[in-house]
Each structure stands twice: as C-alpha cells, then as structure tokens.
Design a protein around this ligand. Structure first.
Ligand SMILES: NC(=O)c1ccc[n+]([C@@H]2O[C@H](COP(=O)([O-])OP(=O)(O)OC[C@H]3O[C@@H](n4cnc5c(N)ncnc54)[C@H](OP(=O)(O)O)[C@@H]3O)[C@@H](O)[C@H]2O)c1
Length: 266
C-alpha cells in the first residue's frame, strides 16, 4: 500500500492470520494489517526463517500467535527489532508460568510489549478441537462438572487491536475471560437449544482423553498440555473470572449466547 507521497504507512504484521484470533485481528485492522501465515499471500513459516524478513518489511508492530518452539520466537523477535519493529502483542494463555519462555522472549525484546492471557476459546466448539465431536453428537473431555469462563475470540481480537494500535498498553499482561463460568454440560445444552441436534457430554478419564488426542495425530506434549488444562477445569481451579476485557475495552465481554448467535451453530 502506498500513499500519494510515496511513503508507505507503517504496517502491523499479523501472524497466524488464518487462525481463530489472527483472522479476526486481520479483519479489524483492515488496511493497517498485513496477514501472514504459511497459506497467506504474505508467506510466513516459523520453520522457514527465510520467510521472516520479507514478511517484516515496513513493519512497526506485530501480533504474535507463537510457534511451538520458544527459541524460534526469540530468534524472530531479535530480527524484527533489528528491522524496526517497536511493539509486540503476544497471544499467551491463562495459567502461563511467570517465567514462560514465550512471554520471556517478548519481554526481553527491549521494545514495547503487551501479553494477552485468555481462557479457553468459545470458538473451540465450532472451529477447532470440539467441533467434530459436537457435530457427531458426543463430546468426551476430562472436565467433570467443573466450570470455566470461556471467552469469545472476537473479544481477544478487539483487545489485541487496541493494544497493537494505541498507546498505554506497553508492559501490560492482560488476563482475559468471558463474563460467566459454565460447565461443559451447560454449554452443550445451550448449543443444543440453538441447533436442535442432541449432543451427549461424557466425562472421561484424563489418560483416555490424552490417548484420543494422540490417536487424532496431536503430538504428545500438546495432548498432555490440553489434558492438564481440562483437568484444571475439573478441579475448580479455573472457575474465576478475569477483567482484562473490561480494562482494555471498557465494556463487558461477550456472553456464550452472543457467541452462539454469531457462530456457525446459528
Ligand atoms: N484454543 C484455545 O482455547 C486457546 C486458549 C488460550 C490460548 N490459546 C493459544 O492460542 C494459540 C493459537 O491461536 P489461534 O487459535 O488464533 O490459532 P489457530 O486457529 O490454532 O491457527 C493457527 C494459525 O497459525 C498458522 N500456522 C500454523 N503453523 C504455522 C507455521 N509453521 N508457521 C507460520 N504459521 C503457522 C496457521 O496458518 P497456516 O496453516 O496458513 O500457516 C493459523 O493461521 C496457541 O498458542 C494457544 O496456546 C488457545
């Protein structure tokens, strides 16, 4: 994109741009954003560092959906700063440890950073991990009757866009959640109210769930991490609400009903 004077305006690089958050961040940024991923017009592949520098051309800020390997993130951050990036917004997760290597890679960049720590995404029910089981009529997870404040990904994207485009968010770690804690059985019942198609909730043993993820092709560490996070919901450790959406956007987060109304279930 060029201005009349021929000077390119600063660009915000959006990584993971075809994914659940990146797609929405891209839509909200409009022309200010440069969507990038392996399948985007701007090619970006964490495992092919030769794709990084072209994607970073004329970039001043980056929305980061991290790779699996934190060393790659540290390497990317160093290159981005060298090429003129002055602000990062990192998608992390609730429960990340204080010395999380992904967050550390961003915090030690020497430029402005903001970290987003959201809860589980509502969109998992129709765009990701839970979508196929829900379509097939049975969701089996080791979460018991535990409750959790799932968040609408659109709220994460709106927070990310404010943090990446506006001043006043540098050095902040925002804990983001939805407005109400619900059990899987309650969320599935609300989905059934909208679709009319029955979905059975089954509480499975953690080992059985991890094995089912491995059978679907997920690597061991992802299967174990997801299982651990679901068991934390089961124990009640993840029932509390967070106020990051309110702090950044000055409004309440979207409800599960709001999500359903805008989802492919509607
Ligand atoms: N799901 C949840 O409930 C939840 C909750 C809290 C935090 N999180 C965090 O959210 C993150 C995932 O974000 P998301 O859900 O927005 O993304 P997503 O829907 O999982 O999509 C992944 C994105 O990354 C891109 N990608 C995959 N491999 C890549 C590679 N090698 N190089 C470059 N790009 C690659 C994909 O595009 P291409 O295939 O085109 O490359 C896609 O745009 C994870 O770090 C997870 O820990 C998730």
């Amino acid at each position: 994109m060029s201005t009349l004077s021929g000077i390119k305006p600063s660009t915000i690089l959006v990584l993971g741009a075809t994914g659940k958050t990146g797609r929405r961040v891209t839509e909200l940024l409009g022309q200010a954003g440069r969507p990038a991923s392996r399948s985007s017009a701007t090619k970006f592949d964490w495992t092919a560092p030769s794709t990084w520098e072209p994607a970073l051309a004329d970039t001043t800020a980056v929305y980061v959906v991290p790779p699996e390997n934190p060393a790659l993130l540290a390497e990317f951050v160093a290159l981005a700063v060298k090429l003129g990036v002055t602000r990062f917004v990192l998608l992390s997760m609730r429960g990340a440890p204080d010395d999380d290597p992904f967050e550390e890679a961003i915090k030690s960049s020497g430029v402005e950073w903001t970290i987003l720590r959201p809860t589980w995404f509502m969109q998992n029910f129709d765009e990701d991990l839970f979508a196929a089981p829900v379509r097939h009529g049975e969701l089996a997870v080791p979460a018991g009757q535990g409750i959790h404040p799932f968040i609408d990904v659109l709220d994460i994207a709106e927070v990310a866009v404010v943090a990446v485009t506006e001043a006043g968010h540098a050095g902040q770690t925002y804990d983001l959640s939805g407005p109400e804690s619900l059990s899987f059985a309650e969320m599935l019942a609300r989905i059934v109210e909208v679709t009319g198609d029955p979905v059975l909730y089954t509480d499975v043993a953690p080992d059985e769930f991890a094995a089912s993820m491995r059978a679907l092709g997920y690597p061991d560490e992802i299967a174990d991490l997801v299982t651990m996070l679901l068991v934390r919901i089961r124990t009640g450790a993840e029932a509390h609400l967070s106020d990051g959406v309110q702090r950044v956007l000055g409004r309440e987060p979207r409800t599960f009903a709001d999500y359903l109304g805008s989802s492919s279930f509607a």
